[in-house]
Design a binder for this molecule. Structure first.
Ligand SMILES: Nc1ncnc2c1ncn2[C@@H]1O[C@H](COP(=O)(O)OP(=O)(O)OP(=O)(O)O)[C@@H](O)[C@H]1O
Ligand SMILES: [Mg+2]
Length: 253
């Protein structure tokens, strides 16, 4: 495989957690894959297989790894404003309004410009009119929209999302999935999203990386060649979903 011109390159990634009271834990032995600019990648895999770890090392939050993670020609060693991160829980400051929570993560620029940026991004995530609300006044879905706005306000080239909709009910989840695709179309970010929900992955992704158990290997990288309006009930959609499910079928010992 020729990796020379890839936007994101993960090559022979090995990650070990050193633990005091237990053996060291080998999460990845040697995994490699590449991502093109603007791609939407979903990562699925069983609990504890290393999905969050993968996002953390790729985004620079954890620089203790072996192998290469190269983004746009540079080795990833620390977090960078060009990369945004959305966590499963919203982590908003309860004493700050929605507007202040988003404003907080912008460190430069003048006041006027930043105000405009925050206003634009809150509109984009559908929170117009809630700028001065406090987190406790928001529904779970709205709080997660603020979370996404916070990750987007610095216009990151890459957005990492770690089970961003995991805590939401099914209907809100479907709504936010649609909204995420609209955002991506407007902002043209490259997206890497971890999910337990195979249907969510098929709905969102251009490609799905299927991870096996620890030390996690890439079991498959599935191309999702579906039309832009992805009908969940369509035969093609269900076919892809079934293909991925087969990796997680329960087997009696
Ligand atoms: N800071 C840490 N120190 C030691 N071990 C860790 C640390 N973080 C994660 N682990 C271990 O590494 C393995 C992978 O964890 P990780 O959180 O990446 O899994 P995951 O696939 O995101 O799981 P889940 O789907 O439950 O969120 C787990 O066995 C976990 O116990
Ligand atoms: Mg996780």
């Amino acid at each position: 495989m020729d990796y020379q011109n890839e936007y994101i390159l993960v090559k022979d990634l090995r990650k070990i957690y050193a633990r005091k009271k237990h053996h060291d834990l080998l999460v990845f032995d040697s995994i490699s894959f590449a991502v093109e600019k603007g791609e939407f990648i979903c990562i699925v895999g069983g609990s504890g297989c290393g999905k969050s770890t993968l996002l953390r090392v790729m985004s620079g939050l954890d620089s203790d790894y072996e192998g290469d993670i190269i983004i746009d020609g540079e080795k990833v060693k620390k977090p960078d404003k060009r990369r945004g991160f959305v966590y499963q829980e919203h982590r908003l400051f309860p004493w700050m309004t929605v507007e202040k929570n988003v404003r907080f993560v912008i460190n430069d620029g003048n006041e006027e410009e930043n105000k405009k940026k925050v206003k634009e991004i809150l509109e984009l995530v559908g929170l117009k009119g809630f700028e001065s609300a406090y987190p406790k006044e928001l529904s779970g879905g709205m709080a997660q929209r603020v979370n996404i706005a916070r990750a987007l306000v610095n216009k990151p080239e890459i957005l990492f999302l770690d089970e961003p909709f995991g805590a939401l009910d099914a209907l809100t989840r479907i709504q936010l999935q649609k909204e995420l695709l609209v955002i991506r179309k407007k902002q043209k970010n490259t997206m890497l999203l971890v999910t337990h929900d195979i249907e969510e992955a098929v709905f969102l992704a251009d490609r799905i990386i299927v991870l096996g158990n620890r030390p996690a290997e890439i079991l498959d990288i599935v191309n999702v060649n579906l039309s832009e309006t992805r009908e969940r009930s369509s035969k093609e959609f269900q076919e892809i979903r079934k293909n991925i499910y087969k990796y997680f079928e329960y087997k009696e010992h």
